[in-house]
Design a protein around this ligand. Structure first.
Ligand code: MG
Length: 243
């Protein structure tokens, strides 16, 4: 089962279930191509995890951290399936990072990993668009990671049982595969991440944890079309435009 948020042709914001290309909402059917897909959630914050795949840490010439490396993307970063993402002006390198995102279902603080499943509403696809020029120059990655529309997310929230333990995650740019791995390669598991994060802060319903990217990150340029497909979840698509 997969939940989707959209604006119908009359302008009303609705939630429905996506079945193939058909959305079922309030006893009506909509073809997905006839509606505006909205971000599936409106998070108060997105907690991102860095270097959570060993081969990605390796390609950055970085060590694997001994506890999850955390940073934030605020609500201004959220963008939809189908959006055109402006790349910050004057930067040499802005990269894609395909990630599995966890959507929180209820308020969570001091959660044990063993109980973490109770707090998961579902999973969605995420692109942690990253401005390397500034990320490499600054400590807290505000310019590098928190610029407007740098968090395309969606198109759906798939129920937790839809995600296989070894779900494939793949990112394509203009149809060419750049990243291909499985979520089984995460260093810190989703329950471990929820325990660690909620030791420090409260997660609210609709908040998102972006669980890190596998190897194969690479640069985006004007006009590129990005597709991120996660087995059991769906495919998030967006394009980029040079600002
Ligand atoms: Mg990332």
């Amino acid at each position: 089962m997969a939940r989707i948020r959209f604006r119908d042709p009359a302008g009303s914001v609705r939630q429905g279930q996506l079945d193939g290309d058909t959305i079922l909402a309030a006893s009506r059917r909509y073809d997905i191509s006839r509606v505006e897909v909205l971000p599936p959630v409106e998070p108060s914050k997105i907690v991102c995890v860095g270097r959570n795949y060993a081969k990605h840490a390796e390609e950055l010439n970085s060590d694997v951290p001994d506890r999850p490396l955390l940073f934030l993307k605020p609500p201004n970063t959220v963008a939809s399936h189908g959006d055109e993402i402006p790349l910050p002006a004057g930067k040499d390198r802005v990269d894609h990072e395909a990630e599995l995102a966890v959507v929180i279902g209820r308020q969570a603080r001091n959660v044990d990993a063993a109980d973490a499943d109770k707090y998961i509403a579902g999973y969605t696809c995420f692109d942690d668009v990253s401005n390397r020029d500034d990320q490499n120059e600054e400590q807290n990655w505000v310019r590098g990671k928190a610029f407007d529309s740098s968090a395309p997310i969606g198109p759906v929230v798939a129920s937790p049982e839809s995600l296989p333990d070894d779900a494939s995650i793949e990112l394509r740019v203009n149809g060419e595969t750049r990243q291909a791995s499985t979520v089984a390669h995460m260093i810190f598991s989703v329950p471990e991440l929820i325990e660690e994060i909620t030791t420090y802060l409260t997660l609210e319903p609709g908040d998102v944890i972006a669980t890190g990217t596998p190897e194969g990150v690479g640069p985006l340029s004007d006009g590129d079309h990005v597709g991120i497909e996660i087995e059991g979840v769906g495919t998030l698509e967006h394009s980029v435009i040079q600002d």
